[in-house]
Design a protein around this ligand. Sequence first.
Ligand SMILES: [Zn+2]
Ligand SMILES: [Zn+2]
Length: 384
Amino acid sequence: MPEPPKLLEYVGVIHIHTTDSDGTKTHDKIISIAQKYHLDFIMFSDHKTLQNKSKEGWHDRTLVIVGYEHEDSDGKSHYLIFGLDEPLPADLAPREYVHRVRQAGGLGIIAHPDEKRHFPKHPPLPWTDWSVREFDGIEIWNHMSAWLEGIAEGNKLKYLLNPRALLISPPEETLKHWDKLAQKRRILGIASADAHGYRQKIIGPIWRTIFPYRVELRSMRTHILLKEPLSKDFAEAQKQVFTALKRCKVFMSNYRWGDATGFRFWAETPQRYAIVGDRISLHKRLRIFVESPLEARIRLIRNGELFTEVEGKKAIFASTKPGAYRVELYRNGKGWIFSNHISVVENEYRNYRKPHTKNKSSHIKEQKSGRQKGRRNVRQTKNK
Ligand SMILES: [Zn+2]
Ligand SMILES: [Zn+2]
């Protein structure tokens, strides 16, 4: 059994608006709040502008990345775009902007995909074209959408005064969507603040900032796991963050219910070790491990269905079934941690077969059968 890699964890907040679009604070003010909360990285995404791209870089120990939020001509299909120097043209269809980000080597994440709200003045802004394929990820849990969806006349005051109270769990529909996609390919899931620092009239002349940035930066967080520390060079560090996100070395948490730092989710067989985002071959001695920094209800989800659940800080699950596995941790009935997937496949080599010429084909076949024989031998020896 190979030694498990020592992983470094970086905690960030993704999807933040500033005064460049409809947010209420400047980049500098928000960066100083992020520093105060010791966030390792933050990712800005104002609507349709990159005018303050120069703000990106290392700000003390906080990595600041400036992307933007694109939308279609109807104002729907919001797409978080990172790694581009200029915004894309405004008149493109979702298929086209998703494709262009992929071609440019950027990072693209579908924002609030299944949003539903019931305000005539603020209609929902869902994703409209699910035939597109080239996006890297989906926002699984969007703070702003959760709040707008949950608020109703009867409970309005409660949620105006306590905007984090509605964050119970991600929308069922989005989780289903994500789990379905994860059975076919690697697909990133993030938690997103969609921070604006909105101000709202409460009663008469009383106004309140319902989502102060200091609250928004202590709610929906995205944690990434790296084998190497983030580079001091900004371009290199940004690349490390994008790669970790694209490879789903990620879990999300709601800081409101506890600091999730230190959470781990991995799988082992006698030969292999897989961390979140990885793929591993099915094996009769496959074990799935979970470690939590706090007591929680640990739910193992396979292909979108509850596989099994336990209470505690540690869990070891055995499984003999292939599928896209992830875990959800709940504290006092509230969703706290949601991991990305580990893919358990019948034979991981089958999925990495490359196109090759006729001559090489027989050579590769020989190699493959040799390896399979070898693997069988290992198993037989172990069984003795
Ligand atoms: Zn949006
Ligand atoms: Zn937004």
